[in-house]
Design a protein around this ligand. Structure first.
Ligand code: BGC
Length: 388
């Protein structure tokens, strides 16, 4: 494989999915009402981060993406918890000590409960508060952060929370979804400016979830038209409106969709089968190469901020990662500026509304004992690194 010399081999996680006892967040609140599975102690990463980072090093990684939890740092509006700042300071210090480049996300699906009560990301006021939070993190932890992600997967956040109604605030409205997308664009742009005002040299991006769309019938105009629409709205709409406020592009890539226009189902899109992973999503490593090529036009460095597979028995993980890294290598050979790959996820996690069933981890967690074990598939990193 041909990958740049300083390429980041990393893994990603998000606070609510691993820390445990995230009691001031809106997710926790809804979990207690019985609307979602309970995250409880999660992987207890809040206390076990040191062990997790040492294991990351053993896997061969030189970078990690974590998130800081807004509801810990600002549990009540305008009340800042300096003990939690100190906690994250220790976390980031530990990463530095181990030589891990630190990528930090500010918003990964969870809000403080007070912000959710004020209307969450439907509210312009909460968008402003997010910029304040961003500035606070920049001022208090900024010198410990190498790469910033403002918002994780804006479309997925909107789709699941405001259109399909399976994540808080459980709404099902196209109109509200449109409004939330607009607010997320503003939230990113304002957060970018707020961080830069405190730390002009900060390197900031967003984690954009892009899908590789392919027409089911290569020459069919309707299939092709649908693909063009999906590409525009799904992959480029938000990027076009935030790229001037991005120092790099973060790309989350999980799967591809084969798009067919079908009169029989009332003109609705239909996914034709192709390659299926155990979690039912259609994985297609080469799709990553096509998406990187597609993003090259923005002329910004690119990091793959998430890519992974839920695979409890681990039989597919090694091949999955290797083939996706090969796709990156192909893009690099064409001089596309890809600087890192973060696998989802470092450990098994609390998988949002799916609870603890899906096993994405390079590290297996025994949720009863808290024991950690590197999955054999994770060895792929050491093997690849040796051979570049
Ligand atoms: C999210 C993660 C999630 C992963 C796997 C991504 O959409 O950013 O939080 O765990 O997918 O479902």
């Amino acid at each position: 494989m041909q990958l740049p010399k300083n390429f980041l081999f990393g893994a990603a996680s998000a606070a609510h999915q691993v820390e445990g006892n995230n009691i001031n967040s809106n997710w926790w609140h809804e979990e207690q009402l019985g609307k979602l599975p309970k995250s409880g102690l999660a992987t207890n990463h809040y206390n076990e981060f040191g062990e997790d980072f040492v294991l990351a090093k053993q896997i061969g990684l030189n970078a990690l993406r974590i998130s800081v939890e807004w509801s810990r740092i600002e549990p009540k509006e305008n009340e800042w918890n300096m003990e939690e700042v100190e906690h994250y300071h220790e976390v980031l210090q530990k990463m530095k000590e181990l030589g891990l480049t630190r990528m930090v996300t500010l918003f990964h699906f969870t809000l403080p409960q007070w912000a959710a009560k004020l209307g969450g990301l439907e509210s312009k006021y909460v968008v402003e508060r997010f910029a304040k939070f961003s500035k606070f993190v920049a001022e208090n932890l900024g010198h410990e952060i190498d790469l910033w992600i403002t918002i994780n997967e804006p479309e997925v956040y909107t789709l699941l929370g405001y259109f399909r109604g399976v994540h808080p605030p459980f709404k099902k409205s196209l109109w509200t979804s449109v409004k939330v997308v607009q607010n997320l664009i503003t939230a990113h742009n304002q957060s970018y400016l707020a961080i830069k005002s405190a730390l002009p040299s900060a390197k900031i991006g967003m984690a954009k979830n892009n899908v590789y769309y392919e027409p089911y019938r290569a020459k069919n105009l309707l299939d092709r038209g649908l693909v063009a629409l999906l590409k525009y709205f799904g992959n480029h709409y938000i990027l076009n409106r935030t790229i001037s406020h991005c120092d790099f592009i973060g790309l989350n890539y999980y799967f591809y969709q084969n798009i067919k226009f079908s009169w029989a189902s009332g003109g609705v899109l239909k996914n034709a089968e192709r390659i299926k992973s155990v979690m039912g999503l259609k994985t297609y490593p080469k799709g990553l190469y096509f998406l990187l090529r597609d993003l090259a036009k923005y002329k910004k460095p690119i990091y793959i901020t998430e890519n992974g597979i839920a695979n409890a028995n681990d039989e597919m993980r090694q091949r999955f990662i290797k083939e996706h890294l090969e796709a990156v290598s192909l893009a690099v050979k064409e001089r596309i500026d890809v600087r890192g790959y973060f696998n989802w996820s470092l450990t098994d996690t609390f998988e949002w509304h799916d609870g603890y069933g899906l096993k994405f981890g390079l590290i297996e967690i025994n949720f009863e004992t808290g024991e950690r074990k590197i999955r054999p598939g994770a060895e792929v990193f050491n093997k690849v690194i040796k051979n570049i």
